[in-house]
Ligand binder design. Structure first.
Ligand SMILES: [Mn+2]
Length: 293
Protein backbone atom coordinates (compact mmCIF):
# COMPACT_ATOMS: atom_id res chain seq x y z
CA UNK A 1 0.00 0.00 0.00
CA UNK A 2 1.23 3.49 -0.84
CA UNK A 3 0.43 6.74 0.97
CA UNK A 4 1.54 10.33 0.46
CA UNK A 5 1.06 13.46 2.53
CA UNK A 6 -1.85 15.72 3.44
CA UNK A 7 -3.00 17.95 0.57
CA UNK A 8 -1.48 15.45 -1.81
CA UNK A 9 0.41 17.01 -4.71
CA UNK A 10 1.76 15.80 -8.03
CA UNK A 11 5.14 14.80 -6.57
CA UNK A 12 3.44 12.52 -4.05
CA UNK A 13 0.93 11.01 -6.48
CA UNK A 14 3.55 10.71 -9.24
CA UNK A 15 5.87 8.81 -6.88
CA UNK A 16 2.96 6.67 -5.75
CA UNK A 17 2.09 5.75 -9.34
CA UNK A 18 5.73 4.91 -10.08
CA UNK A 19 5.94 2.60 -7.07
CA UNK A 20 2.57 1.12 -8.04
CA UNK A 21 3.97 0.14 -11.47
CA UNK A 22 7.10 -1.28 -9.85
CA UNK A 23 4.99 -3.41 -7.50
CA UNK A 24 2.69 -4.54 -10.31
CA UNK A 25 5.66 -5.59 -12.45
CA UNK A 26 6.84 -7.68 -9.50
CA UNK A 27 3.32 -9.16 -9.41
CA UNK A 28 2.43 -7.70 -6.02
CA UNK A 29 -1.00 -6.54 -5.04
CA UNK A 30 -0.85 -2.77 -4.59
CA UNK A 31 -3.13 0.11 -3.70
CA UNK A 32 -2.68 3.84 -3.35
CA UNK A 33 -4.65 5.40 -0.52
CA UNK A 34 -5.66 9.02 -1.03
CA UNK A 35 -8.67 11.32 -0.99
CA UNK A 36 -7.50 14.53 -2.66
CA UNK A 37 -9.21 17.77 -1.69
CA UNK A 38 -8.98 21.17 -3.33
CA UNK A 39 -7.52 21.54 -6.76
CA UNK A 40 -3.79 21.14 -6.23
CA UNK A 41 -3.83 18.24 -8.67
CA UNK A 42 -5.69 20.28 -11.25
CA UNK A 43 -6.82 18.61 -14.42
CA UNK A 44 -4.43 15.75 -13.89
CA UNK A 45 -6.78 14.14 -11.40
CA UNK A 46 -9.69 14.06 -13.85
CA UNK A 47 -7.49 12.48 -16.49
CA UNK A 48 -6.18 9.85 -14.08
CA UNK A 49 -9.65 8.91 -12.90
CA UNK A 50 -10.90 8.44 -16.43
CA UNK A 51 -8.54 5.43 -16.73
CA UNK A 52 -10.17 2.34 -15.28
CA UNK A 53 -7.04 0.76 -13.81
CA UNK A 54 -6.40 3.73 -11.52
CA UNK A 55 -9.95 4.15 -10.32
CA UNK A 56 -9.52 0.61 -8.98
CA UNK A 57 -6.02 0.92 -7.49
CA UNK A 58 -6.72 4.25 -5.76
CA UNK A 59 -8.73 3.64 -2.61
CA UNK A 60 -10.28 5.68 0.20
CA UNK A 61 -9.11 5.53 3.80
CA UNK A 62 -12.12 3.41 4.72
CA UNK A 63 -11.41 0.83 2.03
CA UNK A 64 -7.66 0.83 2.70
CA UNK A 65 -8.16 -0.01 6.37
CA UNK A 66 -10.12 -3.12 5.34
CA UNK A 67 -7.34 -4.18 2.94
CA UNK A 68 -4.55 -3.99 5.53
CA UNK A 69 -3.20 -7.25 6.99
CA UNK A 70 -0.10 -8.15 9.02
CA UNK A 71 1.71 -8.68 5.74
CA UNK A 72 0.96 -5.22 4.35
CA UNK A 73 3.96 -3.10 3.51
CA UNK A 74 3.23 0.62 3.64
CA UNK A 75 5.35 2.79 1.34
CA UNK A 76 5.22 6.44 2.36
CA UNK A 77 6.19 8.89 -0.37
CA UNK A 78 7.15 12.58 -0.31
CA UNK A 79 7.07 12.92 3.48
CA UNK A 80 8.74 11.30 6.47
CA UNK A 81 6.76 13.10 9.17
CA UNK A 82 4.34 11.27 11.42
CA UNK A 83 2.05 14.27 11.60
CA UNK A 84 1.99 14.97 7.89
CA UNK A 85 1.00 11.64 6.34
CA UNK A 86 -2.41 11.76 4.69
CA UNK A 87 -4.03 9.28 7.07
CA UNK A 88 -2.83 8.71 10.61
CA UNK A 89 -5.03 5.61 10.83
CA UNK A 90 -3.15 3.90 7.97
CA UNK A 91 0.20 4.67 9.59
CA UNK A 92 -1.02 3.18 12.86
CA UNK A 93 -2.56 0.11 11.26
CA UNK A 94 0.57 -1.07 9.41
CA UNK A 95 3.66 -2.75 10.86
CA UNK A 96 6.11 -2.62 7.96
CA UNK A 97 6.98 0.74 6.48
CA UNK A 98 9.31 2.18 3.87
CA UNK A 99 9.91 5.90 3.46
CA UNK A 100 10.88 7.61 0.21
CA UNK A 101 11.41 11.33 0.73
CA UNK A 102 13.53 14.35 -0.14
CA UNK A 103 12.61 16.93 2.56
CA UNK A 104 14.95 18.15 5.27
CA UNK A 105 14.76 15.82 8.23
CA UNK A 106 12.23 16.89 10.83
CA UNK A 107 12.14 15.89 14.52
CA UNK A 108 8.70 14.40 13.87
CA UNK A 109 10.08 11.61 11.66
CA UNK A 110 8.57 8.13 11.46
CA UNK A 111 11.03 6.16 13.56
CA UNK A 112 9.98 2.58 12.87
CA UNK A 113 10.57 2.34 9.11
CA UNK A 114 12.32 -0.78 7.80
CA UNK A 115 13.97 1.22 5.02
CA UNK A 116 14.31 4.96 4.75
CA UNK A 117 15.29 6.14 1.28
CA UNK A 118 15.71 9.72 2.38
CA UNK A 119 17.83 11.81 0.04
CA UNK A 120 17.76 15.52 0.88
CA UNK A 121 19.83 16.37 -2.20
CA UNK A 122 17.21 14.98 -4.57
CA UNK A 123 14.84 17.47 -6.17
CA UNK A 124 11.73 15.47 -5.52
CA UNK A 125 10.35 12.12 -4.46
CA UNK A 126 9.53 11.58 -8.14
CA UNK A 127 13.23 11.83 -9.00
CA UNK A 128 14.05 9.15 -6.42
CA UNK A 129 11.27 6.87 -7.61
CA UNK A 130 12.30 7.34 -11.26
CA UNK A 131 15.81 6.18 -10.30
CA UNK A 132 14.39 3.13 -8.55
CA UNK A 133 12.45 2.27 -11.71
CA UNK A 134 15.34 2.98 -14.05
CA UNK A 135 17.78 0.80 -12.14
CA UNK A 136 15.37 -1.94 -11.10
CA UNK A 137 16.46 -5.48 -11.99
CA UNK A 138 13.20 -6.04 -13.87
CA UNK A 139 12.30 -4.02 -16.94
CA UNK A 140 9.60 -1.59 -15.82
CA UNK A 141 7.26 -0.37 -18.52
CA UNK A 142 5.63 2.84 -17.30
CA UNK A 143 2.29 3.82 -18.79
CA UNK A 144 2.16 7.28 -20.33
CA UNK A 145 0.29 8.89 -17.44
CA UNK A 146 2.68 7.30 -14.91
CA UNK A 147 5.69 8.75 -16.73
CA UNK A 148 3.90 12.09 -17.09
CA UNK A 149 2.98 12.29 -13.41
CA UNK A 150 6.56 11.50 -12.36
CA UNK A 151 7.79 14.14 -14.79
CA UNK A 152 5.16 16.54 -13.39
CA UNK A 153 6.40 15.82 -9.84
CA UNK A 154 9.96 16.75 -10.78
CA UNK A 155 8.80 19.78 -12.79
CA UNK A 156 6.61 21.22 -10.04
CA UNK A 157 9.05 20.57 -7.17
CA UNK A 158 11.91 22.19 -9.10
CA UNK A 159 9.74 25.08 -10.38
CA UNK A 160 10.31 24.08 -13.98
CA UNK A 161 13.79 22.67 -13.48
CA UNK A 162 15.18 25.75 -11.73
CA UNK A 163 15.62 24.84 -8.06
CA UNK A 164 17.35 21.92 -6.41
CA UNK A 165 18.23 20.35 -9.74
CA UNK A 166 21.28 18.13 -9.97
CA UNK A 167 22.70 15.98 -12.73
CA UNK A 168 20.48 13.15 -11.54
CA UNK A 169 17.36 15.31 -11.88
CA UNK A 170 17.95 15.77 -15.60
CA UNK A 171 18.89 12.12 -16.02
CA UNK A 172 15.58 11.11 -14.47
CA UNK A 173 13.71 13.62 -16.66
CA UNK A 174 15.44 12.32 -19.80
CA UNK A 175 14.56 8.76 -18.87
CA UNK A 176 10.88 9.69 -18.40
CA UNK A 177 10.79 11.67 -21.65
CA UNK A 178 11.58 8.43 -23.51
CA UNK A 179 8.15 7.13 -22.53
CA UNK A 180 6.64 9.86 -24.70
CA UNK A 181 5.84 12.48 -22.04
CA UNK A 182 3.94 15.44 -23.53
CA UNK A 183 5.69 18.28 -21.73
CA UNK A 184 3.25 21.01 -22.73
CA UNK A 185 0.33 18.93 -21.53
CA UNK A 186 2.00 18.29 -18.16
CA UNK A 187 2.64 22.03 -17.81
CA UNK A 188 -0.97 22.81 -18.66
CA UNK A 189 -2.21 20.51 -15.89
CA UNK A 190 -0.87 22.89 -13.29
CA UNK A 191 -1.48 26.30 -14.74
CA UNK A 192 -3.76 28.57 -12.72
CA UNK A 193 -7.25 29.41 -13.98
CA UNK A 194 -8.10 33.08 -14.44
CA UNK A 195 -9.72 33.49 -11.00
CA UNK A 196 -6.74 32.07 -9.11
CA UNK A 197 -4.36 33.96 -11.37
CA UNK A 198 -6.04 37.24 -10.40
CA UNK A 199 -5.91 36.32 -6.72
CA UNK A 200 -2.20 35.62 -7.01
CA UNK A 201 -1.73 38.95 -8.80
CA UNK A 202 -3.53 40.75 -5.94
CA UNK A 203 -1.29 39.11 -3.35
CA UNK A 204 1.81 40.14 -5.29
CA UNK A 205 0.46 43.68 -5.67
CA UNK A 206 -0.12 44.12 -1.93
CA UNK A 207 3.24 42.71 -0.86
CA UNK A 208 5.42 44.60 1.59
CA UNK A 209 9.16 44.48 1.27
CA UNK A 210 11.22 44.27 4.43
CA UNK A 211 15.02 44.40 4.73
CA UNK A 212 15.15 45.11 0.96
CA UNK A 213 14.86 41.49 -0.04
CA UNK A 214 12.03 39.82 1.86
CA UNK A 215 8.48 40.04 0.49
CA UNK A 216 5.54 39.48 2.84
CA UNK A 217 1.94 39.40 1.77
CA UNK A 218 -1.52 38.23 2.75
CA UNK A 219 -4.10 36.23 0.86
CA UNK A 220 -7.40 37.93 1.66
CA UNK A 221 -9.66 35.40 0.02
CA UNK A 222 -10.51 32.33 1.99
CA UNK A 223 -11.45 29.04 0.36
CA UNK A 224 -10.39 25.42 0.08
CA UNK A 225 -7.49 26.39 -2.17
CA UNK A 226 -5.93 29.00 0.12
CA UNK A 227 -2.91 26.74 0.62
CA UNK A 228 -2.26 26.47 -3.05
CA UNK A 229 -2.82 30.15 -3.79
CA UNK A 230 -0.42 31.14 -0.99
CA UNK A 231 2.20 28.73 -2.31
CA UNK A 232 1.90 29.99 -5.88
CA UNK A 233 1.95 33.64 -4.78
CA UNK A 234 5.08 32.99 -2.71
CA UNK A 235 6.70 31.46 -5.81
CA UNK A 236 5.64 34.43 -7.88
CA UNK A 237 7.15 36.92 -5.41
CA UNK A 238 10.52 35.25 -5.88
CA UNK A 239 10.48 36.13 -9.57
CA UNK A 240 10.85 39.83 -8.65
CA UNK A 241 14.44 41.00 -8.83
CA UNK A 242 16.19 41.46 -5.44
CA UNK A 243 13.59 39.37 -3.64
CA UNK A 244 15.27 36.31 -2.17
CA UNK A 245 12.64 35.21 0.34
CA UNK A 246 8.88 35.43 0.44
CA UNK A 247 6.13 34.68 2.92
CA UNK A 248 2.41 34.60 2.15
CA UNK A 249 -0.19 34.11 4.85
CA UNK A 250 -3.79 33.10 4.43
CA UNK A 251 -6.73 31.64 6.32
CA UNK A 252 -8.03 28.16 5.67
CA UNK A 253 -10.95 27.31 7.95
CA UNK A 254 -9.78 27.88 11.52
CA UNK A 255 -6.14 27.59 10.52
CA UNK A 256 -3.60 30.09 9.34
CA UNK A 257 -1.38 28.85 6.56
CA UNK A 258 1.98 30.34 5.72
CA UNK A 259 3.97 29.59 2.62
CA UNK A 260 7.63 30.45 2.77
CA UNK A 261 10.05 30.37 -0.13
CA UNK A 262 13.68 31.28 -0.56
CA UNK A 263 16.27 31.33 -3.30
CA UNK A 264 19.05 32.78 -1.20
CA UNK A 265 20.70 32.41 2.18
CA UNK A 266 17.55 32.82 4.21
CA UNK A 267 16.37 29.49 5.55
CA UNK A 268 12.59 29.90 5.58
CA UNK A 269 12.11 26.47 7.08
CA UNK A 270 13.87 27.52 10.27
CA UNK A 271 11.74 30.68 10.45
CA UNK A 272 8.54 28.73 9.89
CA UNK A 273 9.51 26.11 12.46
CA UNK A 274 10.00 28.88 15.02
CA UNK A 275 6.57 30.27 14.21
CA UNK A 276 5.11 26.83 14.59
CA UNK A 277 6.69 26.40 18.02
CA UNK A 278 5.29 29.77 18.96
CA UNK A 279 1.89 28.54 17.84
CA UNK A 280 1.94 25.93 20.61
CA UNK A 281 1.39 28.83 23.00
CA UNK A 282 -0.81 30.81 20.63
CA UNK A 283 -3.40 28.50 19.21
CA UNK A 284 -4.36 30.77 16.33
CA UNK A 285 -1.46 29.61 14.16
CA UNK A 286 -1.96 26.69 11.85
CA UNK A 287 0.37 24.55 9.88
CA UNK A 288 3.18 26.05 7.94
CA UNK A 289 3.75 23.92 4.93
CA UNK A 290 5.24 23.65 1.45
CA UNK A 291 8.56 24.89 2.59
CA UNK A 292 11.58 25.40 0.38
CA UNK A 293 14.93 26.57 1.56
MN1 LIG B 1 8.03 16.66 -3.06
Amino acid sequence: MIMGHKNIDIDAIGSALGIYRLAKTLEKECHIVTEPTGSSLGKFWEELNSIEEYSECIVTEEKAIKLISDETLLIIVDTHKKGYVEFQSILNATNKKIIIDHHRKSPDYIDDAEISFHEVYASSASELVTELIQYAREDIELSLIEAESLYGGIMVDTKNFTFKTGVRTFEAAAYLRKFGVDIIKVKKWFQADLVSYNEIANIVKSAEIVEDNIAISICEKEDENTNLICAKAADELLTISNITASFVMGKSGDKIVISGRSIGDINVQIILEKLRRWRTYNSCWGTARRIYY
